[in-house]
Design a protein around this ligand. Structure first.
Ligand SMILES: Cc1cc2nc3c(=O)[nH]c(=O)nc-3n(C[C@H](O)[C@H](O)[C@H](O)COP(=O)(O)OP(=O)(O)OC[C@H]3O[C@@H](n4cnc5c(N)ncnc54)[C@H](O)[C@@H]3O)c2cc1C
Length: 406
């Protein structure tokens, strides 16, 4: 069988893989990206909200922007929608297909060879090289270094032995509908605001969202996989048709597509091994509290590319040398990911989503803190420290109420 040789093979043409590859090619490394789909991003369920800090090079071409986000509305049980407006853009709404096509074009321009319709089925390391098999291809790929950027169910993580699979406790489950509505109606009802809904009727261990695009809305629900006993379909039906506020916001819309997907809610500590790295969702680079992953994948992808290029220059792709990748991403995004897990454990447990709601309904400052975190305006640790007085006050009020009822 013929062999195609590269310095690095990246599996997966999501944001993580394409950014890693682009960094490598810019450093004159011969790099291939193998992607199982025909169009990068087209089949990937994603809300498509990109925070300001996730902008690639600080800018995204205007042609990609479906709608600029400058505020957020939050719904909590028995309350009207509460709004936080920033007056300035805090992020943008995109489709993953447009983002994927754009990043793929950029990567190719830098010299990356992207192979679409290439599903990796086997990675075996032999005599210092990875032998990578692709389904139905009459050739194999070979490289001294392998990067697994192949998403939450990473084949590379499993085949290289870096990780088996995420457990149910480490995963979120999502369902998302595309709802067609005219641009004028979307502008009138949503303006530049995206909407988040909390409460046990919406979803006891998660939340729902409405992200307004140009001529459609992405309407989704996310929950903890381990805590979800029934299908999310019934929650989505209720949300679209029966929720007192959401159903009015969606009135007249037509559901044209429904997608389901998993999200990682725990990051991977061993994101590197002998001649292999994991990056993006494959390594759990996703916020456990909001499900935001684009910014983290882009950041980690870049770091993976830079460290890999450096290791290749030194002709040393040992785990000891690649460890620097993990140290660097921990420095850049590790704090947010760690605090995301802590916040998830705090809020999405029992009926705690009601408690977030109570806090937000009582105090605008708490609502604003939550909004800042969701739109990606404020680091997680900072949000927690600022929110502590409100959380303590709530706990004291809760204890008082419990005592009074005894
Ligand atoms: C419903 C939903 C909504 C979300 N909304 C948002 C949001 O609004 N904002 C945000 O920031 N984040 C959001 N996220 C998270 C975000 O989508 C991910 O964190 C992000 O896509 C991760 O990028 P990635 O490059 O690591 O992986 P992916 O984007 O998953 O890319 C992995 C790629 O690898 C390919 N692949 C997989 N296996 C193989 C194989 N064996 N061979 C070859 N190719 C393979 C896949 O086809 C895919 O193209 C959402 C997630 C979900 C599920």
């Amino acid at each position: 069988m013929k062999v195609k040789n590269f310095d690095v093979v990246v599996v997966g043409a999501g944001p993580a893989g394409l950014l890693a590859a682009e960094e490598l090619a810019q450093r004159d490394v011969h790099v291939a990206v193998l992607e199982r789909d025909q169009i990068p991003g087209k089949e990937k369920p994603c809300g498509g909200y990109l925070t300001a800090k996730g902008m690639v090079d600080g800018k995204i071409p205007l042609s990609l922007v479906e709608r600029v986000t400058s505020g957020i509305s939050i719904s909590i049980p028995n309350q009207p929608l509460r709004q936080v407006d920033y007056g300035n853009p805090v992020g943008v709404q995109l489709t993953r297909e447009a983002l994927g096509t754009h990043l793929c074009k950029r990567a190719r321009k830098s010299g990356v060879e992207v192979f679409l319709n290439h599903k990796v089925t086997e990675c075996i390391r032999d005599k210092g090289s990875w032998n990578i098999t692709v389904k139905n291809a009459p050739y194999k790929f070979q490289s001294p270094l392998l990067i697994g950027a192949d998403g939450v169910s990473s084949t590379v993580a499993r085949l290289t032995g870096l990780r088996r699979r995420f457990t149910r406790n480490q995963l979120g489950i999502t369902i998302q509908a595309r709802v067609e509505l005219s641009p004028a109606t979307i502008t009138e009802r949503f303006g530049g605001r995206m909407e988040f809904y909390y409460g046990s009727d919406v979803c006891p261990f998660g939340y729902a969202w409405i992200f307004p695009k140009h001529d459609c809305l992405y309407v989704g629900i996310g929950s903890l996989l381990s805590a979800t006993t029934s299908s999310l379909d019934s929650y989505l039906n209720y949300f679209i048709q029966g929720h007192p506020i959401a159903s009015a916001q969606l009135e007249g819309g037509r559901v044209s597509k429904i997608e389901r997907a998993l999200v990682p809610l725990t990051f991977q500590n061993d994101s590197y091994g002998e001649a292999v790295l994991l990056v993006g969702d494959a390594a759990g680079h996703c916020s456990a509290i909001t499900g935001e992953g684009l910014h983290y994948s882009i950041a980690a992808g870049r770091i993976a590319g830079q460290v890999s290029a450096d290791c290749l220059t030194r002709s040393d792709v040992s785990a000891r040398r690649l460890r620097r990748y993990e140290r660097l991403w921990q420095c850049e995004i590790g704090n947010d990911l760690k605090w995301g897990v802590r916040l998830r454990n705090l809020f999405f447990r029992g009926s705690q989503t009601e408690n977030i709601g109570t806090g937000m309904s009582l105090d605008y400052r708490f609502l604003k803190l939550a909004a800042d975190l969701i739109v990606g305006f404020r680091p997680y640790r900072d949000t927690v420290l600022q929110a502590l007085p409100f959380l303590l006050w709530q706990r004291i009020c809760g204890l008082g109420r419990a005592k009074g009822s005894n």
